[in-house]
Design a protein. Structure first.
Length: 76
């Protein structure tokens, strides 16, 4: 019997277990996927997963907007 762990030859989920959907952008703040992409991930083909993974870095800046804080109050 082999002690090797069976692994699939597929793109792993980008989930980082920080599952919160941004209310305006409608993407997960942890992995940047949409709800649809998250729910369909296990059924996506290798090519579809690769396409999603390629888009994720471009989505990150959408969540970098600050709401204001102290500096916004001082500017009033």
């Amino acid at each position: 019997m082999k002690d090797d762990v069976w692994k699939r030859d597929e793109i792993a989920s980008p989930c980082v277990k920080l599952c919160v959907v941004h209310p305006e952008e409608r993407i997960c703040v942890g992995c940047y996927r949409t709800i649809d992409e998250i729910s369909r991930w296990s059924r996506l083909t290798h090519e579809e997963r690769a396409a999603v993974m390629a888009e994720l870095p471009g989505r990150a800046p959408r969540l970098q907007k600050r709401r204001g804080g102290r500096m916004a109050r001082l500017e009033r």
